[in-house]
Write a protein that binds this ligand. Structure first.
Ligand SMILES: [Fe+2]
Ligand SMILES: [Fe+2]
Length: 370
């Protein structure tokens, strides 16, 4: 069997405390479709909301466990620092800045990261989000067919050599000052609707924090078949390495596949799970057979892998990265139209068959979403 290579992300699952607020933010404000309203199968008193594009295309799926009493988490080693959502152009990105700012969301950027431009903000629970442009891409400072071979030092002034702030890391004020868009780049009119050019096409990249970036490199290449596409430094923290991996065939990078990590070598500043944090990230397996092969492969690497769990819309296996991040491999099939019409996804509370006898109890505990 050929070496296993994931096509990229299937979904990311985050922790929220207020389902109606999450629906308003990701649905109404950011324009994602609610593609499934269900409960956490391992904790049926809690909502599990799925958002996505095109009925829940893998790579565009954002999911939330609602735990009303979850304490606020914090990013750190073994956690996700931020989730970047993709937008096509810098012009559309500026429209997002206007739309979000008008909605009372504090936004910084756009910042030119070289490979893309980035806008930063947080969701109502504190999850750090980014809106990143599709281009210009990773081939601006090394050949497209030889990405990730050399350590690239970002050109001045993107590398702020004076910044030494760990673990608080990002120097927000310096970033804002250095990257303030010119007045002419501002969008003069309010943006009350998400226009088609503004469509957020799911996961652009996910950035986490590890305490051993070379160990992480071996792991993601060996366990998941990702390939390094950029070795550089964190542009907001000159002493921290920043590596990017993706589905990369030596020519092109697959969509929704870029995982990036900040290397906090030897740091014990461990992430704290909770509200506003990522619970886990899921990569794709194209079929149940491939997932089964993957499970064997992961077991052969001495990883502790769960049995296959039926999540109704996909099948899942779970394991941990060496720095502690919880990972999943989820199948593309059967998808979200398995228990309600494709044109009415997210309309009703859906439960797996084994929870149907408890529907009355479950519905009484959940806040209606309308
Ligand atoms: Fe990012
Ligand atoms: Fe998951």
């Amino acid at each position: 069997m050929p070496a296993l290579k994931t096509p990229g992300f299937h979904h990311i699952t985050m922790v929220a405390t207020d389902a109606p607020r999450t629906l308003a933010f990701y649905g109404d404000l950011l324009g994602f479709d609610l593609v499934k309203k269900t409960v956490n199968f391992d904790d049926p008193g809690a909502y599990h909301l799925y958002f996505g594009r095109d009925g829940g295309r893998p790579g565009t799926i954002l999911t939330f466990f609602e735990w009303a009493h979850a304490r606020r988490g914090h990013w750190g080693v073994g956690g996700v620092h931020h989730l970047a959502l993709g937008v096509a152009t810098p012009e559309a990105q500026l429209k997002w800045k206007r739309r979000l700012t008008d909605a009372g969301v504090s936004v910084s950027g756009p910042i030119d990261r070289g490979y893309f431009k980035s806008l930063y903000f947080s969701d109502p629970d504190g999850q750090i989000l980014e809106i990143a442009t599709a281009g210009p891409g990773y081939a601006i400072d090394e050949p497209a067919d030889a990405l990730g071979r050399e350590l690239v030092v970002p050109p001045h002034p993107r590398l702020r050599a004076g910044s030494r702030r760990l673990p608080s890391g990002r120097d927000e004020e310096a970033i804002a000052n250095a990257n303030r868009p010119t007045p002419s780049a501002r969008v003069p009119e309010p943006v009350p609707e998400v226009t088609p050019d503004m469509t957020l096409d799911g996961i652009h990249h996910i950035t986490g924090i590890t305490d051993d970036i070379e160990r992480a490199h071996d792991f993601y290449e060996e366990a998941l078949g990702l390939r390094i596409v950029k070795k550089t430094y964190n542009q907001d923290d000159a002493k921290t390495k920043h590596y990017f991996w993706a589905r990369y065939d030596g020519e092109k990078i697959g969509p929704h596949s870029a995982l990036t990590l900040f290397g906090w070598e030897g740091s014990r500043y461990v992430s704290r799970p909770g509200a506003g944090q990522t619970h886990h990230i899921a990569f794709r397996a194209e079929s149940p057979d491939e997932q089964a092969a993957w499970r064997e492969h992961l077991l052969s690497l001495d990883l502790d892998v769960t049995t296959v769990k039926d999540r109704s819309y996909f099948q899942s296996i779970y394991f941990h990265a060496p720095d502690g991040l919880l990972l999943e491999i989820a199948t593309d099939s059967p998808g979200f139209a398995v228990d309600e019409p494709a044109d009415a996804l997210g309309a009703d509370l859906k439960l797996p068959e084994w929870l149907e006898p408890r529907r009355g109890d479950i519905e009484r505990k959940l806040v209606p979403l309308g």
